[in-house]
Structure formats: C-alpha cells, structure tokens
Design a protein around this ligand. Structure first.
Ligand code: GLU
Length: 440
C-alpha cells in the first residue's frame, strides 16, 4: 500500500511552503487509495507547542487535507532509544564531546583552508581513558558513522542523484541533553510506519543521503524519495524570511478559498497549466508528480485573488447561503443578492461592502455638470416595488426627457446611486436597494 506522511514540526503555523509538501503527499496517497499520515515532529520539547499542533490540524482541516492517522514523535522516544542501541551495537554510533563553540571553530578553520566543513571525526580517535574523562564531565552528543561511499538514488523529481558521503558530516542523532533529533526519529518512523513515498523540499536532499545509509544500516526498506523545489517570491527572491507572513491561517482570514489555493499549488511549478479545479477529486485526478521540475518555483500570493474570485463566481447560492446570512442579508433577497454580487467580488469578504451599499445606500458621486440631470432623473424614478425591468423603463424615459444616451446617460445614474463607476448590472441591483433616494 502506498503510504505517505506530512511531518511538520509544531514550532510555528503552517505556511505556503509547508502546504506544498502536505498537498503533494496527500495527493499521492489519495490517488493510490493509500494512507496519508500526519506526523507531528515534536521531539524538541522547548519549541514544540500544542497551540501549533492545533493550528496545523485546523489548517489542514480547512483545506480538506484529511489524514488517516496522526502520530506524535514525542510518544515514540523509547523506540528511538532502541534503534540508537541497535546502531551502537553495530559500531555505527559514536559519542562526541566537542562544544558548539569548538565545532564552530573547526568549521571556520576548514573553510579558511578551502576545505569543506565536514566533521573530522576526532571523537573516534579518543582513547578509552580520554572518553571516560570527558563523559564524567558531561554527556556527549551522538553521531551516526557514515560509510564514506557515494550514495545514489533516483529521485522522483530530481532524477538520478549521487552524493559523496565524504562531503557530509556524520549526522548528530542525539544531542548532549539527550534530545533525539529529527534524522533518527524520522527514519525510525518511516520504517515502522511503512512509509513508501517521501516527498519533501529540496532542502532535505543531503538529509536523504544520510538517511538512506541509516535505513540500510538498520535493515529497513527504502522508500522512494522525491524533493520538490522550494518556493521563491515573484522575482525569484528567497521566501524563507517572508514565510511567516504567508501563513495559511492568514490566507484563510483574508478570504482565500481552499479550492483556489489547492488548485494553484497542485500545479504551480509543473508543466501542466495552473487552472481552477471544481473539486478535490479533480485535483487528485489531475496531479502528476513527474511533471514537476527542479527549478525554484515562483509564488505570488496575489495570484490567489483572481483564482478565488473565479471560484466564487461559479458557486450557487446554496454554497454560500450561510456566508450571505452571516452578514445580515434577509433571506427573501439573499439569493438575488448573491446572484447580483458574485461577479463583483474577489473574496467573500467583499460581500459586506455590497450589503452595506444595498442596505444603506452610497455616498453619491455626481459631477457638477450632471447635477441637474440627476435631479431631474431621480424625480422620474417610479414608486417601489421595483423589478428587473425598472432600470430599463426608467432610463428609457430619462433618455426621452433629457436627450442623453449611452454612457452619458447610464454612468452618471450608476455613480449617483452606487457611488462607483463599476459594479453589478444595474437592472438587477436596483430592485435590491433598500433605500431609494428621492432627491439629490
Ligand atoms: N519535520 C521535518 C520538517 O518539517 C520533516 C521533514 C521530512 O519530511 O522528513 O522539515
């Protein structure tokens, strides 16, 4: 069975970059009728917060990315200790005592000498006496001993990859304070949970190389690995600093629609055109990981507005009746209200502005030279109730009486009644207006 996982660390809210990973893994699992696991990578007790776990679930819920089961790494610490012992038993796990400052100094020296900043394994050269002396002072951190060979795999997006393990530091799997780090926890989980496909950002390529060796060392089955490109801003600038402001919860608050966001992200960076999809089923059916390229993918959050608008235009009243009711539109005009406004909104938040106009009227916009014309026209406006023919009959009479036609006739009337030069069809809008001006 195809099994994928989305593995966020609950140290912040989900942002657009996380969504890309979550969505790809979700789509692969759903397409194959497999399993999608939400794995909470919470081995860091200080930075992991329940508030973020809740936030992550809420965002995924909002988007309809339902998971089949949830796993918490913090509940699996015993298992990680077991695997650590297994690695120790094989002579592949060794304790190091350098402080962060010493390590930093070593790295700087190597860089100064034009060498790659790879850990020099001096801990392996310690005698038993030296090691005992050091460990009586403080407990050390533990590294996995990489075999210095080339690590090769066929990446689902990047193709054939080959990384020389000698160019990579032996990864630290357990910190001096005993905290299990992501790499160890992640490979244990991927093996134990039967993960078959790992899709994550290309910032994890080097991790994958070391994880392949570790998985093999403990006799696990290798999943297939794919690394999607990272998102950049519209000009190609790195997004890392802006990601905080591209949080999914902010997009939700801004009125971006899940279907718009998912349609966009399921195609952005692929050779297929980005197009609005009508349902999750369509998104699932139309997804193809093979069509994604390795080049950084430009993301512009302003693109989400037109696609949201397009999605909303296609909705029927039943789909939005609750949103319409929530802003106070009486039920007897609610459907007409939606039909009049839906082509004139970017997000559902814009409905409030239209309701305000319909309920209370607008501040009229009347040019000096139109003053008399408007005064005359408004006197000719028939008594309520209006219907969808009122605008046509009224403006025909005004045309006869004033000799105005075309834009010179319609535009000043629209601006007088709505305070705007554009907006919904006046024939449909006029019967909805709750306050009809009788004099300007
Ligand atoms: N918690 C890791 C991250 O958010 C998971 C990476 C992975 O998918 O293995 O970067």
């Amino acid at each position: 069975m195809v099994t994928t996982r989305f593995a966020p660390s609950p140290t912040g809210y989900l942002h657009i970059g996380n969504l890309r990973t979550a969505l790809f893994n979700f789509l692969i699992a759903r397409q194959a009728g497999g399993e999608f696991i939400l794995r909470i990578d919470d081995t860091d007790p200080e930075r992991s917060k329940l508030e973020y776990v809740d936030g992550i679930k809420r965002d995924l819920d909002w988007l309809g990315l339902d998971w089949d089961r949830v796993e918490h790494q913090s509940a699996r610490l015993e298992r990680y200790a077991e695997v650590a012992d297994q690695l120790r038993g094989k002579g592949l796990f060794y304790e190091c005592f350098e402080t962060p400052v010493e390590l930093d100094l070593k790295r700087k020296k190597q860089l100064n000498m034009g060498k790659p900043p790879v850990y020099d394994r001096s801990a392996l050269a310690l005698s038993d006496v030296e090691r005992q002396a050091l460990s009586s002072e403080s407990s050390g951190h533990w590294r996995f001993l990489l075999a210095r060979s080339r690590i090769e795999w066929t990446d689902g997006i990047l193709g054939n990859l080959s990384i020389d393990a000698a160019s990579v530091s032996d990864p630290v799997l357990i910190r001096g304070d005993g905290q299990v780090l992501y790499t160890l926890a992640s490979i244990c989980d991927d093996i134990d949970m039967g993960v078959t496909h790992v899709v994550r950002g290309s910032d994890h390529v080097t991790n994958t190389a070391t994880q392949i060796q570790m998985i093999c060392a403990i006799g696990g089955t290798l999943p297939s690995f794919s690394h999607h490109s990272l998102l950049t801003g519209p000009k190609g600038e790195g997004l890392s600093k802006r990601l905080g402001s591209l949080a999914l919860r902010d997009m939700r608050d801004a009125g971006i629609q899940p279907m718009a966001l998912l349609s966009h992200l399921a195609r952005l960076g692929s050779s297929d055109p980005v197009e609005l999809r009508g349902s999750m089923e369509e998104i699932i059916a139309g997804f193809d990981l093979n069509k994604f390229g390795s080049a950084p993918t430009k993301f512009d959050d302003s693109d989400l507005i037109p696609i949201t608008a397009k999605y909303l235009q296609g909705l029927d009243y039943v789909d939005v009746s609750q949103d319409v009711a929530a802003i106070g539109v009486p039920v007897d005009i609610a459907e007409d209200f939606w039909n009049v406004t839906r082509t004139n909104i970017s997000t559902l938040k814009d409905l409030g502005g239209w309701w305000e106009l319909i309920k209370n009227g607008a501040t009229p916009e009347i040019d000096f030279e139109d003053k008399e014309f408007i005064a005359q026209a408004i006197l000719m406006l028939p008594e309520v109730p209006f219907d969808t023919t009122t605008w046509g009959t009224w403006t025909a009479e005004v045309k006869l009486a004033t000799g105005r036609k075309g834009k010179g006739l319609f535009m000043p009337l629209r601006r007088a009644l709505t305070g705007m030069s554009h907006g919904p069809d006046m024939g449909a809008l006029l019967p909805l207006l709750q306050k009809i001006p009788r004099k300007f």
